[in-house]
Design a binder for this molecule. Structure first.
Ligand SMILES: NC(=O)c1ccc[n+]([C@@H]2O[C@H](COP(=O)([O-])OP(=O)(O)OC[C@H]3O[C@@H](n4cnc5c(N)ncnc54)[C@H](OP(=O)(O)O)[C@@H]3O)[C@@H](O)[C@H]2O)c1
Length: 375
């Protein structure tokens, strides 16, 4: 297996993006769970140079078998199918496991992986609480294993290009970020989107994206405010009540007076767009969590600032590198790059960034009254 240096915080070493597939040490992936996002991830993994899906584990063997059959590479061996997560993590040919279960199960699943010596890419949000996320990070460090939250937005080549060019001042100084993400959830009360036992609610599922986008563009928030539309729901396993948010509106204050307004919803269809207003114009981002279009439109009164090194005509902002599949491929490629370089965390999604966003969401939960069974 690929071992990583047991050095906490060994991040930030830029390595060239290797595109020559034959030069890459294969990264052998296992997928833990066979739900919706596991399917999207497996589809994109096929686009990642040097990545091999070697095994999948599910609570039901039939589901793992169907998944393995669907995602085997043409001409290659079918991934092995396991009827339990325990059997998956015991597979000696798996280097790294992608955890694709509901949020409330991530910590137990990650512990299982680390105890079996496997690196982990864990779906967002890492856990329901800051304490549990800190425990997961501590476990990874104790075992000297790689851990990254699957925050694909931070690995997306479009977002990275935007971040780099905005920070370089190419579009002026950012003053305001707006980002919103929402869709109407029509699901059974047992579904993870509505079941408080599984970490239901808009904030943890969707609100994490506008918060992350603002963090990537403006830096760490100095303060946050929030309002939420709560409903009381009973966990379908525990029978206990929780208060989950159907919709959450948030504001953030950042350095240099920059502000953000952010919204996430399970009860309304939002634009899924973001806009960054600067002192020189506006950047419009479609599908900001995996941008499909990014355009800077300069303010018409450009005569005032022809001295500045800022574009005078609209600029289409292009990704820095190819987008692999929907963009989940880029997060898998980043994991591969880190493992080959012996890193235990990614400079694109460092543990501290994940924990910062978890702290923000915990603060918003306290401000609005979002709570889960047992709290
Ligand atoms: N990055 C993204 O764009 C993105 C998008 C959607 C979701 N996500 C994240 O991915 C995670 C999974 O979301 P999803 O939409 O894929 O959920 P999902 O469709 O409900 O699938 C979750 C899977 O987890 C497994 N599981 C284990 N115990 C379970 C339990 N008690 N109840 C339900 N499922 C259980 C099941 O797989 P088996 O039966 O095979 O064991 C199930 O199919 C969430 O944390 C979510 O935030 C990320």
């Amino acid at each position: 297996m690929i071992r990583c240096a047991r050095v906490a915080g060994l991040v930030g070493i830029p390595l060239p993006f290797v595109t020559n597939e034959t030069a890459l040490t294969p990264i052998r992936w296992g997928i833990l769970a066979t739900g919706k996002i596991a399917h999207a991830f497996a589809t994109d993994l096929a686009h990642v140079p040097g990545a091999e899906l070697v095994a999948v584990g599910s609570r039901r063997l039939a589901s793992a078998e169907a998944f393995a059959e669907q995602y085997g590479r043409p001409g290659g061996p079918a991934p092995r199918a396991y009827g339990s997560y325990e059997d998956l993590v015991a597979d000696p040919d798996v280097d790294v496991i992608y955890i694709a279960t509901p949020h409330s199960l991530h910590l137990d699943n990650a512990r299982l992986c680390f105890e079996a010596g496997k690196h982990v890419l864990c779906e967002k949000p890492l856990t329901l609480s800051v304490a549990d996320s800190e425990e997961m990070v501590a476990l990874a460090r104790e075992h000297g294993l790689f851990l990254m939250e699957a925050m694909w937005t931070a690995c997306h080549p479009g977002v990275r290009a935007l971040q780099r060019r905005l920070a370089a001042g190419e579009f002026g100084t950012p003053r305001h970020v707006h980002a919103e993400l929402g869709f109407v959830v029509n699901a059974d009360p047992s579904d993870r989107m509505l079941n408080p036992d599984l970490g239901a609610g808009a904030l943890l599922d969707m609100g994490i994206y506008p918060l992350t986008f603002a963090h990537l563009m403006l830096g760490q928030a100095r303060s946050l405010t929030a309002q939420a539309d709560l409903v009381v729901a009973r966990g379908t396993d525990s029978g206990e009540e929780g208060a989950i948010d159907m919709s959450v509106a948030m504001t953030g204050a950042y350095d240099n007076g920059a502000l953000a307004t952010m919204h996430a919803s399970m009860s309304s269809w939002s634009s899924a767009a973001a806009a960054i207003a600067t002192d020189r114009g506006r950047i419009d981002v479609r599908e900001f969590f995996h941008p499909t279009s990014m355009v800077f439109t300069p303010n018409a009164q450009k005569a005032d600032w022809t001295d500045a090194d800022v574009a005078l005509e609209p600029v289409v902002i292009e990704p820095d590198e190819p987008v692999l599949g929907m963009g989940y491929g880029n997060e898998a490629a980043e994991v591969g790059r880190c493992l080959r370089a012996g890193l235990v965390e990614s400079p694109l999604v460092p543990h501290e960034q994940t924990l910062t966003l978890m702290r923000q969401m915990e603060e918003i939960r306290q401000l609005t009254g979002i709570r889960y069974p047992g709290e």
